[in-house]
Design a protein around this ligand. Structure first.
Ligand code: THU
Length: 132
């Protein structure tokens, strides 16, 4: 594993500590890496009105996009799951909005087990702006 990739995994793991998960007690952390190498951390942020909860992936993406970022190189997602964590459908759709189909997404589970996927593998035949 490259030094940079190890750092991104650590950033995603560190984010877990800030997860706001009083209801599920299921923390998730994310590290979104821009083409320029800048990183944005994301956590899941829950709400007493459960449906308003936001996933770690979308937090990271919205933070970066709201700072003007548009070009992304990689997303790392970390969770305390036995298998590498699987992002939810809503997050996959948001990934398809902002990421290239071949962009790598690194999924990390407990014990550091990782799985490398692309945006297109996570959401094949996705609905995008080109369909409008
Ligand atoms: N969650 C994420 O933040 N990312 C995922 O990839 C899966 C699920 C959150 C949503 C909720 O706060 C908690 O995990 C349990 O569903």
């Amino acid at each position: 594993m490259t030094k940079a990739k190890k750092e991104w995994l650590e950033i995603a793991w560190e984010a877990l500590d800030n997860a706001y998960v009083p209801y599920s007690h299921f923390p998730v952390g994310a590290c979104l890496v821009t083409e320029q190498g800048k990183t944005y951390q994301g956590i899941n942020i829950e709400n007493a009105s459960f449906g308003l909860s936001n996933c770690a992936e979308r937090t990271a993406i919205f933070k970066a996009v709201s700072e003007g970022e548009r070009d992304f190189a990689r997303l790392v997602i970390a969770g305390n799951t036995l298998q590498p964590i699987s992002p939810c459908g809503a997050c996959r759709q948001v990934m398809a909005e902002f990421f290239a189909p071949d962009m790598p997404v690194t999924l990390v589970g407990e014990k550091g087990i990782t799985k490398e996927m692309t945006v297109e593998q996570l959401l094949p035949y996705s609905f995008t702006g080109q369909d409008l």
